[in-house]
Write a protein that binds this ligand. Structure first.
Ligand code: IPE
Ligand code: IPE
Ligand code: MG
Length: 258
């Protein structure tokens, strides 16, 4: 699928309030492959193209953070061959794209339980984070061997250790400290969550951070998602009235003038 040029997307979104942080569950690779009469791994390979388009579009639009769900802590339940392909694809894509990402100013981060990944892959992740640490473009977080409950439990362990060392007072633990103990504490919570592939569930993604995120679901399968549909999601986001438990834009005006 050809993507419209970057300027076209930027012009289409001109003047709209954009999210600072977008989080995406990239789902539907297997079904895409099935529809094309191909094995599931062909869908995962096709999905890499969509990742490239979306990362580029976010960079052009000046979006601060993009978190992509690449492999969940539950995805180990898949057939061994598929897990192997996914891990291999992750490593080769990272190797191939790292230089271009770096020269485009992307700051790479990984969240998830690294100890469950192959040592050679762990080393590459650390190296990619080190290389791009000072970049000031989009922060691209790849959630790999990631689970929202794992991340919250991990934060609890960190805080408990600090309390046991006497560095913090357990009674003083507040939401800010929990948020600060999560994997990528320096990004704001996602403003917009997108899930492709038609399922309407979180599948254990960013459970803490999504508390007030706007949710956008699309039937489009991930290999067919690109900059154009990202722009559609961003337009939908711009129309949302975020109330955070308050009374919203219009009602706010009414109360003020009442
Ligand atoms: C998402 O596509 C990719 C990963 C989970 C890694 P799926 O492989 O889940 O595709 P469907 O849901 O089976 O179509
Ligand atoms: C969520 O998709 C995980 C990723 C996209 C990496 P799944 O396909 O694994 O989710 P379920 O099984 O449909 O909930
Ligand atoms: Mg799926």
């Amino acid at each position: 699928m050809g993507d419209p040029p970057g300027e076209q997307i930027a012009a289409r979104l001109e003047g709209l309030p954009l999210p600072r942080h977008v989080a995406i569950v990239m789902d539907g690779n297997g079904r895409w492959a099935q529809r094309h009469g191909e094995p599931r791994h062909a869908g995962h390979r096709a999905g890499v193209r969509s990742i490239r388009s979306v990362v580029e579009a976010c960079g052009r639009l000046g979006i601060e953070g993009l978190t992509l769900f690449a492999f969940s802590s539950e995805n180990w339940r898949r057939p061994r061959g598929e897990v192997r392909v996914l891990m291999e694809l992750f490593r080769t894509t990272l190797d191939r794209e790292l230089e271009a990402l770096h020269s485009n100013g992307v700051r790479l981060r990984f969240s998830g339980d690294r100890s469950g990944l192959a040592p050679a892959l762990q080393a590459r992740l650390t190296e990619a984070e080190r290389l791009t640490a000072a970049n000031t473009g989009t922060t691209l977080v790849l959630a790999t061997n990631y689970g929202g409950r794992w991340e919250i439990a991990e934060a609890a362990r960190r805080l408990a250790r600090a309390a046991a060392r006497g560095e913090i007072d357990p009674e003083a633990i507040d939401e800010g400290q929990v948020a600060g103990a999560l994997s990528v504490p320096d990004l704001p919570d996602p403003d917009l969550f997108i899930r492709t592939g038609g399922e309407q569930r979180l599948s254990n993604f960013l459970l803490w951070q999504l508390a007030y995120t706007e949710l956008y679901f699309t039937e489009t399968l991930w290999p067919e998602f690109g900059a154009d549909e990202l722009a559609t999601a961003l337009e939908a986001f711009a129309r949302r009235d975020r109330r955070y438990g308050g009374v919203g834009r219009e009602a706010w005006g009414q109360t003020r003038h009442a």
